[in-house]
Structure formats: structure tokens, C-alpha cells
Design a protein around this ligand. Structure first.
Ligand code: PMP
Length: 284
């Protein structure tokens, strides 16, 4: 693979960052993941807008302009001949030359890293027709989950807990309510109404979530933004998750109980079709 590090395109085995980089020592950085279908970038502007918000929340000056990120994304897709896959982008507070809790001076340049992941057939994942099994795990993450930091240890632990229990992913719960999945936003459907948690510091403001809620409204589907419990989800007609890499993924089982008929739901399937169709049309 050819990867991007601070303005340079290098073979992955020649790319490096300092051991003093605050991303490495302190998880002091943010990231984005953009999907690629047919060599084109999905929801690129949305991901760049969120990158800007995440950086601003951490007081890291954005080192590149949006068109520079776009050029780099396209260059990596090109050089790695990606038809379907992902582009991962990470910006950290950089390398102050030593370890210290206090932020370094503002002239420390942020570290920018980008790489591609080829995912042939990304839009035709077999799981979309069989659905995911979910288990619930307590949400023990920090209180600013709206900032897309590289601090991903707890979601990794929850993912491993899900795998060890024979499930595909975990839904995290706090005070009895579902916050979100380990790397996706969570939804249920009851009597034709789509329910998903309202935006706050408690969840990541998914770019796919925003698009799907817009498409749902355009298709005259009813949407309620509010919290729900695992018990309510188990009694729902359908459940699903959204993310840039899973698009809309049906959920068919929660903590061992089938959701609805236990088969992928019609609304989740329809939303997946609409999302893929509309995002492909708008892809850059
Ligand atoms: N929540 C969390 C915790 C995530 O990590 C992600 C994926 N990065 C999402 C939600 C979905 O966000 P998006 O649709 O922007 O990929």
C-alpha cells in the first residue's frame, strides 16, 4: 500500500511517526473513515465538517484545507487502485519531542496520516441479508463521545465481549438506555416509527445517521429522536445500525432474543437501498 504521512506519499513500510507523537502516547487525536464505492468518496463533505468540529473541540488547528484532504483521498484511492473500500484519516496533536500532559506550543505541527483499506464488495455484504446479532454491554466510555477521538480501547473491549458471546457487535447502555453501537449508531422501528437516540455529548453524531434520517423524512417515514432501552428494542418490529462502513445494517437478535420476526426488516432494507443509491449518486 501507498500511505500518506504529513504531505508525503510513501510505501507503508517506509512510513513512520515519532514515539513521542501525542496520538501514540495520549490518544490525543481524531479520525474519520470515508467509504469508497466505485472509486468515489461517500459523504465526503459531512466527514470533513465533523473532522473540523472534532479538531476544534480539542483546540487542534486544522492543518489542511478541505480540498487538500480531498486531493489526498483521491490520490490514495488512485495509487492503491481502490474500487470499494475505506480511506482512514487521522490527525493528532503531533510530536512535542517529549512526554508531558500539558498541550505543546501551538507551533507544534499536527501529524496527518491517511491510508486505504480495500473492501471488495463492500456494498454487498452478505450480513445485510442475514442481519447482525447484538449483545448489550455497559457503556464505560468517557463523556465526550461526540468528539471522534482515536481513544478506541473501550469500544474494542466491547467488540471482543460481543465476539466472545457469539454476537456481531455490542450496543452500549448507560442508565438503562442504549447510547450507540461500538462503531455505529443504533435504531429500532416500532409500528412504522424509526427511533434513534437524540444527539448530545453521549454519542457520536454519525454522518450516516444524518443522511439516513434525511432520506427517511423524504420517504415520509416517521422518525423519533429519543433514547430507548434494550427491553424496548427486544419488543421492536425491527432494529438496525448505521455507519460509514456498514451503511445500514439490520439487527435481528439482541441479547439472545429475536427482534420482530428474527429476520431482516423491510424498513432497514429499504433505508439501506435508498442510502446506497443516493450516496452513490452524490459521491465525489
Ligand atoms: N458511533 C460510533 C461510536 C462510531 O465509532 C461510528 C463510526 N465511526 C458511528 C457512530 C457512525 O458514524 P458514521 O456514520 O459517521 O460512520
Amino acid at each position: 500500500r501507498t500511505v500518506y504521512v504529513n504531505g508525503e506519499y510513501l510505501p507503508e513500510d517506509q512510513a513512520s511517526v515519532s514515539i513521542f507523537d501525542r496520538g501514540f502516547l495520549m490518544a490525543d487525536g481524531v479520525y474519520e473513515v470515508v467509504s469508497v464505492l466505485n472509486g468515489k468518496l461517500l459523504d465526503f463533505d459531512g466527514h470533513m465538517a465533523r473532522l473540523q468540529r472534532s479538531l476544534a473541540a480539542l483546540e487542534i488547528a486544522n492543518p489542511l484545507a478541505e480540498n487538500e484532504y480531498l486531493d489526498a483521498h483521491r490520490a490514495l484511492v488512485d495509487r492503491n487502485a481502490i474500487s470499494d473500500g475505506l480511506v482512514y484519516l487521522q490527525v493528532t496533536r503531533g510530536n512535542p519531542g517529549d512526554r508531558d500532559f500539558a498541550y505543546p506550543s501551538e507551533d507544534t505541527p499536527p501529524t496527518v496520516v491517511m491510508f486505504t483499506q480495500a473492501k471488495p464488495g463492500l456494498a454487498d455484504a452478505p450480513a445485510a441479508t442475514t442481519g447482525w446479532k447484538i449483545v448489550s454491554v455497559e457503556d464505560l466510555r468517557w463523556g465526550r463521545r461526540d468528539i471522534k477521538t482515536v481513544q478506541l480501547l473501550y469500544p474494542s473491549m466491547a467488540k471482543m465481549e460481543a465476539k466472545s458471546r457469539g454476537a456481531d457487535d455490542a450496543w452500549l447502555t448507560e442508565d438503562g438506555f442504549v447510547t450507540e453501537g461500538t462503531s455505529n449508531n443504533a435504531y429500532i422501528v416500532k409500528d412504522g416509527v424509526i427511533v434513534t437516540r437524540e444527539l448530545s455529548h453521549d454519542i457520536l453524531h454519525g454522518i450516516t445517521r444524518a443522511a439516513v434520517l434525511r432520506f427517511a423524512a423524504e420517504a415520509q417515514m416517521k422518525v423519533e429522536e429519543r433514547s430507548f432501552t434494550i427491553a424496548e428494542a427486544q419488543e421492536a418490529d425491527e432494529a438496525f445500525v448505521t455507519s460509514a462502513s456498514a451503511f445500514v445494517m439490520p439487527v435481528v437478535e439482541i441479547d439472545g432474543k429475536p427482534v420482530g420476526t428474527g429476520k431482516v426488516g423491510a424498513i432497514a432494507t429499504r433505508l439501506r437501498e435508498i442510502y446506497l443509491e443516493e450516496s452513490r449518486k452524490a459521491a465525489v
